[in-house]
Design a protein around this ligand. Structure first.
Ligand SMILES: Nc1ncnc2c1ncn2[C@@H]1O[C@H](COP(=O)(O)OP(=O)(O)OP(=O)(O)O)[C@@H](O)[C@H]1O
Length: 267
C-alpha cells in the first residue's frame, strides 16, 4: 500500500501535510504519534471515510482515493474500528458475518427467500466465519451474544469481522487500547499470525509502545500532521525528532536526544 503525498485540510486546520508511506506486502507497519498527530485522519483517508485534499493512496496498482468506503473494502482494505459498532444482542457469529455480507451475492433478501443458491452460499460463508473465529480464538464463543463477552474478546470480534472481508491489508485502530497485559499479549500474537499465517499486511495505529515495538516491522511517525520519521523499531526508538515529539519539546530543536526508552511515554 502506498500513501503518496497526502494532505487533508479541515477548514484552516491541516490535519495531514504531504504524508507519504509505503507498507510492504506481508509486513506489520505501525503508524504512531502524539495525540492529534493525524493517525486517525490517515486511516480515514485510506478507508475512504475522509477525502484527501491532495495526494493519493494506492493498493497494488489500484488507486483507492476518491472511492467510497465499501468499494475500498471490496478492493482489499479491511478495517477494525477503535469504537466497536457491532450489535450486542446478536451472536459472535452474526457479528462476524456482517463482514461477509459485502461478499455475498444473496445478502439478506436471497437467504430470507431460501433460494437454493443463496442457502448454499450462506453455508460456505458460515464455514469461513467459523474458521476465522477459530483463528482469533473465538471458536468456542460463536453462539454467545456479543454483549456478554469480555472487552478483549469483543475487540477480537472486531478483528475477525475485518478479516471476514478477506482483506489484503488489515487496518487496526488502537487494537489494544484499554486492554490488560494478558489481552494485549493475545492481540499481539493475533497480529503476528495475521502476518505469518495469512500473509496479510497489517497497518496499525497504536499508543502502546511496547506492543508496537514487539510486532512492527516498520514504523512511520506523525507529529502535527507531518511525517517526522520512518524506519525500523530500533531506528525509531533512537530518533531524536521522535523522542522530542513524544516529550513535547518540539522537533529538531537541537536539544540533546534523550536515551531511547524501551517504552516511549504517551503524551
Ligand atoms: N472531522 C474533522 N473535522 C475537523 N477536524 C478534525 C476532524 N478529524 C480530525 N480533525 C483534527 O485533525 C487533527 C488530527 O486528528 P486525528 O484524530 O487524526 O489525530 P490522532 O493522531 O488520531 O489523535 P489520537 O491519538 O488522539 O487519536 C486534530 O487536530 C483533530 O482535531
Amino acid at each position: 500500500m502506498e500513501v503518496d503525498d497526502v494532505t487533508v485540510r479541515f477548514g484552516a486546520l491541516t490535519a495531514l501535510s504531504g504524508v507519504s508511506l509505503r507498507a510492504e506486502p506481508g509486513t506489520v507497519h505501525a503508524v504512531i504519534g502524539p495525540n492529534g498527530a493525524g493517525k486517525s485522519t490517515l486511516f480515514n483517508v485510506i478507508s475512504g471515510v475522509y477525502r484527501a485534499s491532495a495526494g493519493s493512496v494506492r493498493l497494488g496498482g489500484t488507486t483507492l482515493t476518491g472511492r467510497r468506503p465499501h468499494r475500498i473494502t471490496a478492493l482489499g482494505v479491511g478495517r477494525a474500528f477503535q469504537n466497536m459498532a457491532a450489535s450486542p444482542s446478536e451472536s459472535v457469529e452474526e457479528n462476524i458475518m456482517l463482514g461477509r455480507h459485502l461478499l455475498t451475492r444473496a445478502g439478506f433478501v436471497g437467504s430470507g427467500l431460501k433460494l437454493p443458491w443463496a442457502v448454499r452460499e450462506q453455508r460456505l460463508h458460515r464455514a469461513r466465519v467459523v474458521e476465522i473465529a477459530q483463528f482469533v480464538g473465538l471458536g468456542h464463543l460463536l453462539d454467545r451474544p456479543l454483549g456478554i463477552l469480555s472487552y478483549g474478546d469483543r475487540k477480537r470480534v472486531e478483528v475477525a469481522r475485518a478479516l471476514a472481508t478477506e482483506p489484503r491489508v488489515l487496518l487496526l485502530d488502537e487494537p489494544v487500547a484499554g486492554m490488560n497485559a494478558a489481552e494485549t499479549l493475545r492481540m499481539s500474537e493475533i497480529v503476528l499470525s495475521v502476518r505469518e499465517s495469512l500473509g496479510i499486511t497489517v497497518l496499525l495505529v497504536e499508543h502502546d509502545m511496547s506492543m508496537i515495538m514487539s510486532v512492527a516491522d516498520r514504523i512511520s511517525v506523525l507529529d502535527f500532521g507531518r511525517l517526522i520519521a520512518d524506519g525500523t523499531p530500533a531506528q525509531i526508538q533512537n530518533d531524536p525528532a521522535v523522542i522530542a515529539a513524544y516529550l513535547g519539546t518540539g522537533t529538531e530543536t537541537g536539544a540533546a536526544p534523550a536515551p531511547a526508552p524501551a517504552t516511549a511515554p504517551s503524551p
